[in-house]
Ligand binder design. Sequence first.
Ligand SMILES: *Cc1c(COP(=O)(O)O)cnc(C)c1O
Length: 366
Amino acid sequence: MIPFLSFDHQHKILGSKLLKKTAEILEKKNYVLGGEVNLFEEKFARLTGIKHAIGVGSGLDGLIIALKALGIKYEDEVIVPSNTYIASWLAISQLGAKIIPVEPDPKTYNLDPSKIEEKITSKTKVILPVHLYGQACNMTQILKIAKKYDLFVVEDNAQSQLAKWENQFTGSFGNANATSFYPTKNLGAIGEAGCITTNSREIMRFCKSYRNYGSEQKYINKIKGINSRIDELQAGFLNIKLEVLEKFTEERILQASYYQNNLPKVDNLILPFQEKASNSVFHLYVIQTSERDKLQDYLNNKKIGTSIHYPIPPHLQEAYKELNFKKGDFPIAEKLANNLLSIPLYPGLKKFDQDYIIETISNYFK
Ligand SMILES: *Cc1c(COP(=O)(O)O)cnc(C)c1O
């Protein structure tokens, strides 16, 4: 079986360092918000070209805290893609704000800037673009609209560490942005972690306080915060994994271009489309076909693991039944949910495995 995703390669390269770090942290007896966290925040910010990174408990918490830092509250409206992972929506719901879904560009699968303006009202406060599958959104257009209507931008960068739009890293455009270090992400911890990125000192200070019960100084609480701290083990692991992020990212890009060049050029198979200004980091390699379910079964029978991102768009989830959306309301998101299939792509995936995947998909379409 070729698994859809495997950590074996990472663990082979980094395993002994990760174990050594574990022993070191056990010994130090400082387990939460210590030296490893400070070091990680500094390094991640520097690597991605932003002033501040603030480590938090998860990517979802990062989004919630970023919105909170911008003062988003009950009944404010937030523009968000209709085809994202549900976490982007959940963050908005947590603040009691209103979700305003906008359809993606059917080619890039990212928020379609030409459909944003018609959804803006006097209550709109934020545009929340999601750099889906590793590809940067059109930030030039999005920032232009945000400026015209005086809106904040919060990037959901969970899938796109080191992706670029016009040579600038994603997660460095918006007012306050969030990313996730869930194990499967391009930069993954060995457990839960996330962070907020911002160029604003004021937002950085809010986030650092809010994640820690609203306290900057022990037992002095200036705001009502939460506990969404990052622990030393996860930050320590992330410091080790950060060293190979660029190398792993290059590997992902090479694997993607190998697929791109060698998968069959047939009508019923659409390969990822890359906008010129966007450098995708291929968190996922997502193909599109109207025979998705049949192809997935076929590949499964041929011992190739695949996955679907995502089978049900958020507006059709039971969790959002109160919004009264129905089938047909967001046809592009719904079509993508029915037609997209993610095939294996990860550091350590072997060339001969890719050849087998390509050959098997070619045989299916013959
Ligand atoms: C993973 C993910 C999140 C949430 O991150 P967690 O760390 O799992 O909370 C948010 N948005 C997108 C697009 C994601 O892929």
